[in-house]
Ligand binder design. Structure first.
Ligand SMILES: Cc1ncc(C[n+]2csc(CCOP(=O)(O)OP(=O)(O)O)c2C)c(N)n1
Length: 585
């Protein structure tokens, strides 16, 4: 068996069903090996390596299996870097295989020569350069193990062409998998019983406990356990954007999103007034804590933290109790303990008050949801989507307009629905390719992608991929003719001296149509409602080019912006000072 064949056989042993990638001069042996196994492993051709990585990332987030990607040498490897970095920093297990120039050509000015190993080392959990065909099986097993265990992350393996073409002597015996690492988190760890007991005591004695859920809890699949613990002690649950949707948004204890971007005022109130905050799988970084001001340390506040990665414990706050372990297992043990020792609690007056404020917030939001203004406001779009979301939906968002509005207004009903967003670097151009990855993981789910025109400019090529695969995705494009997020920052901090943020605002439905995608150019709320009715019953990709209001006309719910501008919400107030730019300005 050749090295390339061994790679494919190992992937099959790990139940890899799909690999995303872009071909190149150096990947011919790998493609030939994939060709012979194409009935068992599907290769999804992306139009750009960055997108291929985003596809693998979204696939991994939804399937709980490592996402596989392959790219050729030089430019191909370079183009894949953003997705590798995002997955790693978001604790998503992806494995990138890059093929390289022949070792014999090293240092001789061979076209596309690049030290792949060094390139990826700073942005991966592990990067390795294989020089011997014989080592392919053990190295791939190491790659799966490193990607899926502990704090998951991305792994890169570079294969020079001799290694792909070389032969394995004991091929058959060397091809096996470490079955625990086919899914993540692999080798889940429990915490020690004393820590769990202490956690139970502190939560039971707290007057105003709050659970704060981050993306790590989503990776752990801890939703049921969070809900059970919360219901036992009537603890309100707030989430970061990455933790959003972990329990159904209509649950009485699901208070909403905290942090700078899209926050719910009642969720912030819980953080401000809580006496014990239990963070689960949360980095407690700059956005979720609003630069470490929410919570403000002190005044008897007790911070408890559960994380799979001990190096995250107490990293940003002075913890009262730190617990290393897998979120699902720790909370499962906690619930077993509480079930035996504590009677189920009724909601306290404080929790009831938070709920009343939540209800008032949603009533106040109706004004925006039903607004007939043109250009259409983003709140109306998200609400219109909410009303049509099926039980099992996957919503994917890019940075810009979608982030704060989805964080605030998206309503997922549970039943396996998921919201995914690349929050580590917030790179534009994620949602369109990620729709292909999401579909590969959950072919039966309705996929909704939301992105601004900045993101479309960076990922439009993948519309062809979605059309080719006939991915049933509702693609919602916020067409506001500007890098609105940055323009709003310039409005707030640079006195409205706008610099290099505007671009033309054409009919982008024509772009999607050119790729063979059904599409609509939408100007009014009525057109939006009609197009969404079609979109949610359409069996294939559909593109809604929504001419929308930019962040400059109405500040989105970004806490620090509203604070700087003196327009704290709710309800969001219209900014009168800056006019919506005219087309092309
Ligand atoms: C790859 C990349 N480059 C730059 C940025 C910085 N950035 C953050 S938001 C934003 C503007 C987004 O514009 P658009 O997608 O049109 O959405 P809008 O804010 O207008 O809704 C930019 C440029 C980024 N997040 N990613």
């Amino acid at each position: 068996m050749t090295g390339a064949e061994a790679i494919v056989q190992i992937l099959l042993a790990y139940d890899v069903e799909v690999i995303f990638g872009v071909p190149g001069d150096t990947s011919l042996p790998l493609y030939d090996a994939l060709y012979h196994e194409s009935a068992r492993i599907r290769h999804i051709l992306a139009r750009d390596e960055r997108s291929a990585m985003f596809m693998a990332d979204a696939y991994a987030r939804l399937s709980h299996k490592p996402g596989l990607c392959e790219c050729p040498s030089g430019a191909g490897a370079l183009y894949s870097l953003p997705g590798v970095a995002e997955a790693n920093a978001s604790s998503i297990p992806v494995i990138l295989l890059t093929s390289g120039i022949p070792l014999a050509g090293e240092g001789k000015g061979t076209i596309a020569e690049l030290d792949h190993h060094k390139l990826f080392e700073p942005v991966t959990k592990w990067s390795s350069f294989l020089k011997q065909t014989e080592k392919i099986p053990e190295t791939l097993r190491r790659a799966f193990r490193i990607a899926t265990t502990g704090k998951a992350g991305s792994v890169h393996l570079a294969f020079p062409s001799e290694v792909m073409k070389g032969r394995l002597k004991d091929g058959k015996e060397a091809i096996y998998c470490e079955k625990e690492c086919r899914y993540y988190p692999a080798y889940r760890t429990r915490s020690d019983p004393d820590s769990v007991k202490r956690l139970g005591e502190i939560l039971s004695e707290a007057r105003r406990p709050v659970m704060v859920i981050g993306g790590g809890a989503v990776h752990s699949g801890a939703g049921d356990q969070i809900m059970k613990v919360a219901e036992r002690l009537s603890i309100p649950v707030v989430t970061t954007i990455s933790g959003q949707g972990i329990i159904p948004d209509n649950h009485p204890l699901a208070l909403g999103v905290i942090g700078d971007n899209g926050y719910h005022p009642h969720a912030h109130k819980a953080i401000d007034e809580g006496d014990v905050l239990l963070y689960v799988g949360c980095k407690m970084g700059s956005v979720s804590t609003i630069k470490w001001t929410k919570p403000a340390a002190g005044s008897g506040l007790k911070i408890l933290q559960i994380d799979i990665d001990p190096t995250m414990l107490g990293n940003n706050y002075h913890n009262f109790l730190s617990i290393a372990g897998d979120a699902r297992l720790v909370l499962e043990d906690l619930h077993t303990l509480l079930f035996d020792t504590v009677a189920r609690r009724q909601a306290s007056e404080w929790v009831l008050e938070l709920n009343r404020e939540r209800d008032t917030f949603w009533v106040q939001s109706l004004d925006r949801f039903e607004s007939g203004v043109v250009p259409i406001n983003p709140q109306r779009v998200i609400h219109a989507v909410n009303r049509r979301l099926p039980d099992s939906a996957v919503v994917i968002a890019d940075a810009g307009t979608p982030t704060p509005y989805i964080a605030r207004y998206l309503r997922l009903r549970g039943h396996g629905s998921r919201f995914i967003i690349p929050r580590a670097y917030g790179g534009l151009g994620y949602a369109i390719p990620a729709a292909a990855g999401a579909w590969s993981a959950r072919s039966g789910a309705k996929i909704v992608g939301m992105f601004g025109d900045g993101s479309l400019g960076m990922s439009a090529g993948e519309l062809e991929t979605l059309a080719r695969l006939n991915v049933p995705a509702v693609l919602i494009h916020f067409n506001n003719g500007t890098f609105g997020w940055i323009k709003a920052l310039q409005a707030i901090h640079s006195g409205g001296r706008f610099m290099s943020v505007d671009f033309s605002r054409g009919d982008m439905s024509a772009v999607a149509r050119a790729f063979g995608i059904k599409s609509y150019h939408i100007n009014t709320p009525d057109e939006l409602e009609n197009a969404l009715d079609v979109a949610f019953s359409h069996d294939g990709p559909i593109f809604l080019d929504v001419v929308s209001e930019s962040e400059v006309a109405e500040l989105p719910p970004v806490y620090s912006w509203c604070q700087a501008d003196g327009t704290m919400s709710p309800p969001d107030r219209k900014r009168a000072q800056w006019k919506e730019p005219s087309i092309g300005s």
